[in-house]
Ligand binder design. Sequence first.
Ligand SMILES: NC(=O)c1ccc[n+]([C@@H]2O[C@H](COP(=O)([O-])OP(=O)(O)OC[C@H]3O[C@@H](n4cnc5c(N)ncnc54)[C@H](OP(=O)(O)O)[C@@H]3O)[C@@H](O)[C@H]2O)c1
Length: 267
Amino acid sequence: MAKELALIGCGNMGTAMLKGIVGSGLVAAQDVTVADVSETSQQRLAGELGCQGTCDNSEAVAGAKSIIIAVKPQYLDGVVKAFAPSVDKDAVIISIAAGVSLERLEGLLGADHKIVRVMPNLAAMVGESMSALCPNDNVTEAEREGVHELFCAFGKAEFIPEHLMDAVVAVSGSAPAYVCLFIEAMADAAVIEGMPRAQAYAMAEQAVLGTAKYLQETGTHPAVLKDMVSSPAGTTIAAVAELERGGLRATVVDAMLACAERNRELA
Ligand SMILES: NC(=O)c1ccc[n+]([C@@H]2O[C@H](COP(=O)([O-])OP(=O)(O)OC[C@H]3O[C@@H](n4cnc5c(N)ncnc54)[C@H](OP(=O)(O)O)[C@@H]3O)[C@@H](O)[C@H]2O)c1
């Protein structure tokens, strides 16, 4: 078996992440083993990427330097307990399970293991994830860098202290849903003005993408960009004033605080 990286769970996230990691050349396909309870899922991913596949999680993790666990949170305990005896004591074990704390992972694997809790988001599927990384104290500086590199293969990644995980879910994990509401509302308005639906979505999506890219690439503060595009007595400031009257900012803040609170309740 190949031993650089093992992936447990070849579903949506596991597939997206591994495609990014292997596609970027960071880890060679022949050094990866994927495992899934479903023969079809592991064979599909192994076949597509040219890595090895198995339905035996213990076989996949045995001797692997890094292990990514990408199964649903409700299966995590059973899956980890079953393969834990086969994990190399120096392996870096990465869990992306939502709401599963480092403490819980240490309880399942042993507190002496190197464990990293990560929260990526759906945009991993298009190579634009935002991943929050939270290693335990056993992970060395070099290993932290290695994990950072893995998650940068399909987007951006930042280290955070674990108490900020609820904020991460609000600002990043759940964010695609609110951004979609905004895009949908913008497109609806264009449709009311007479624009065909498909064109309205294309324009609204590109406006959001382009604005985010501009902010990222130039480092411009959002308020500065807003001022730049709001001419005196112009069209943009008329829209901004209406959004302020509707309480857009306060609503977004309240929504995100509700999201973080719900994440705390579920933990
Ligand atoms: N989706 C997101 O946007 C997102 C964002 C951040 C974090 N996450 C986290 O990512 C994890 C995976 O989510 P997902 O959306 O990728 O779920 P998913 O598509 O259901 O993938 C999970 C995979 O694990 C497989 N599996 C189930 N039991 C297993 C076992 N005993 N051994 C090996 N594989 C097993 C499933 O196989 P079957 O389908 O045959 O059961 C499935 O292929 C979750 O913990 C979630 O919290 C997801």
